[in-house]
Design a binder for this molecule. Structure first.
Ligand code: NAD
Length: 241
């Protein structure tokens, strides 16, 4: 079952499902009743709206189906409630289903281990997406920020989301986060470690959202073989830091 079937991602998934040996038995969108069709499917894929994920995840757990979640921007309360359901069903939740981005997560982790808080490098995350995107920073940028925060033992308050006015000097214990919006950009992410005399930049550019669709279908096929638990796309790809 595909939740958000009429959206950009929903249509991208439906367009390649057959070539990936998958069948969309039910395409659900605003106004449809997922409870009436969920029993016909093996797995649920959700690419909808932030408020729509928790209700569909609850229904999915109730009916004992695995779920693949691609929707981003949920509140902290919703995220906690959704992840709690993974004790009942296999749940793959990824802010980004592309193979390249998951490699970017892995490389960022490795770079952050070397360029740690003791080093002279300042980490900043910059992302750009199309003008229709409703949340910021992107789920992918959120994950990159998580990796950097964990590696430097920093918290949410240490992330500077854009800067304006007389900000003073950049504290060493800070991570910058910048969201650019415009045009039809599918998704660009840059992790920068800016040092004195050198700069490391890890960049991923998505040019076609079919990469997310393909990753989500791969995750769906993998999820049906797994026991209950919360998984990432790195688990699906066997990429562990
Ligand atoms: P979109 O706005 O084009 O499509 C969202 C669809 O969800 C719309 O058709 C809308 O009508 C539908 N919807 C809204 N409320 C609903 C409800 N209650 N029940 C069912 N359907 C509902 O957006 P999009 O570009 O397809 O992106 C969808 C989500 O996926 C966003 O949160 C986006 O950030 C995320 N996304 C994730 C990845 C990833 O790899 N994880 C990649 C791209 C987009």
């Amino acid at each position: 079952m595909l939740n958000g079937a009429r959206g950009r991602m929903g249509r991208a998934i439906a367009s390649i499902a057959e070539e990936k040996d998958c069948q969309i038995v039910a395409g659900i969108d605003l106004g449809d009743d997922p409870a009436a069709v969920i029993d016909e499917c093996d797995v649920v894929i959700d690419f909808s709206l932030q408020e729509a994920t928790l209700p569909v995840a609850r229904l999915t757990a109730e009916r004992g189906k695995p779920i693949v979640i691609g929707t981003t921007g949920q509140s902290v309360e919703d995220r906690d409630a959704i992840t709690a359901l993974s004790s009942l069903i296999p749940m793959v939740w990824a802010g980004n289903f592309s193979t390249g981005v998951n490699l970017l997560f892995y490389l960022t982790q490795k770079a952050a281990e070397v360029l740690d808080a003791e080093s002279d490098f300042d980490p900043e995350v910059i992302e750009m997406h199309h003008r229709h995107k409703k949340d910021a920073p992107s789920g992918t940028a959120e994950r990159l920020l998580e990796i950097l925060k964990e590696s430097r033992s920093l918290g949410d308050a240490d992330v500077a989301h854009g800067r304006q006015g007389i900000t003073g000097e950049r504290p060493a214990a800070q991570i910058g986060s910048h969201s650019l919006r415009g045009g039809d950009v599918v998704g660009d992410h840059l992790v920068m470690f800016a040092g004195s005399g050198e700069r490391l930049e890890l960049t991923h550019r998505a040019t076609d959202r079919v990469i997310f669709a393909s990753g989500a279908l791969r995750a769906a096929k993998w999820a049906v073989t797994q026991p209950a638990g919360l998984y990432s796309m790195q688990d699906v790809l066997g990429l562990t830091a």
